[in-house]
Design a protein around this ligand. Sequence first.
Ligand SMILES: Cc1cc2nc3c(=O)[nH]c(=O)nc-3n(C[C@H](O)[C@H](O)[C@H](O)COP(=O)(O)OP(=O)(O)OC[C@H]3O[C@@H](n4cnc5c(N)ncnc54)[C@H](O)[C@@H]3O)c2cc1C
Length: 312
Amino acid sequence: MHSFGIIGAENRRNVMERALIDKIASICEIKENYRLSKISSFKIGGEADIVALTSSINQMSELVKFAESKKIRYRLIGNASNVLFSDEGFKGIIIKTSKMNKIYFRSNEILVEAGVPVTKLAMEVCKFSLSGLEFAYGIPGSLGGAVYMNAGAFGGEFSSVINYVNVLIPRKGIVTIEKKKCDFAYRESWFQHNNCIILSASITLSKGNKAEIENKMNNYMFERMEKQPLEKPSAGSAFKRPKTGYAGKYIEDAGLKGLTVGGAKVSEKHAGFIINDNSATSKDVMELSEKVIEIVKEKFDVELKREFEFIE
Ligand SMILES: Cc1cc2nc3c(=O)[nH]c(=O)nc-3n(C[C@H](O)[C@H](O)[C@H](O)COP(=O)(O)OP(=O)(O)OC[C@H]3O[C@@H](n4cnc5c(N)ncnc54)[C@H](O)[C@@H]3O)c2cc1C
């Protein structure tokens, strides 16, 4: 039986047809049967049939068109710092944008490709004394993931600097989404509700003082190192901030610091983080997060929502 271009139905780890793999390899660089734990900030995840590393808009368009035409499953990732991959891996193609990594400068406006790491971006714009992205220094995501999540820290977030976002809409083409259509809110965006691939974004910054920008970034990094369990794999804050306070505070007040399921643990350093303490599985992380949600609901009638996304 052939389904979604993947041979066999009995075993979970079915094999993608050779001809399909060869065609994908002719479009862009690929890695076959690739262990996703190697690229995930949680250091968790089984094998993906293929990890595709597109390095241009043309490659991305061709790959998505091919995958759609053959009904092959695919998922976009940037730096995989806000996702939890299943222990069972991923049937289909994980498209990683890290090779789409150019930044174009025009005065204080920049056009940034989806795969640029935002910490590197903050460092690059600082070289030109451009201010506005200091908050992003230390966020381990890519520009695409940061736009998708409307990532933020220390009072700043991507929505405050974005002008427009270029996206690829499967079977439609490349479209520009102006900021007012991005529907940015706290860790929310239009992109989460519309099937599209973020290709690049235009960002406007302001002229600042290089030493002050550097100083701000260093202070933010210092604070991260002081407060966050950066020595252990995680996806950052595991839960979105509820309207009534901080997720970490509720979790700490519920006495859940150090709570463990298998190898996953609620960090003792920062209760908002679920860490991969000791060879955790995706099941451990999901079970622990469910437990935390349940207990916080029971104790405080507050509904925590996971911030990271489970990809299976
Ligand atoms: C130690 C640590 C600290 C963190 N600190 C912060 C913080 O301070 N603030 C914060 O907001 N977050 C933080 N995070 C979470 C994470 O870094 C951010 O959410 C980041 O924006 C995710 O980017 P990414 O490239 O890793 O996205 P991924 O994890 O790869 O993907 C996240 C989502 O975005 C989608 N996506 C990614 N790229 C694209 C694209 N090009 N087109 C369409 N969809 C795409 C994916 O499909 C997925 O649904 C932290 C994480 C860690 C591990």
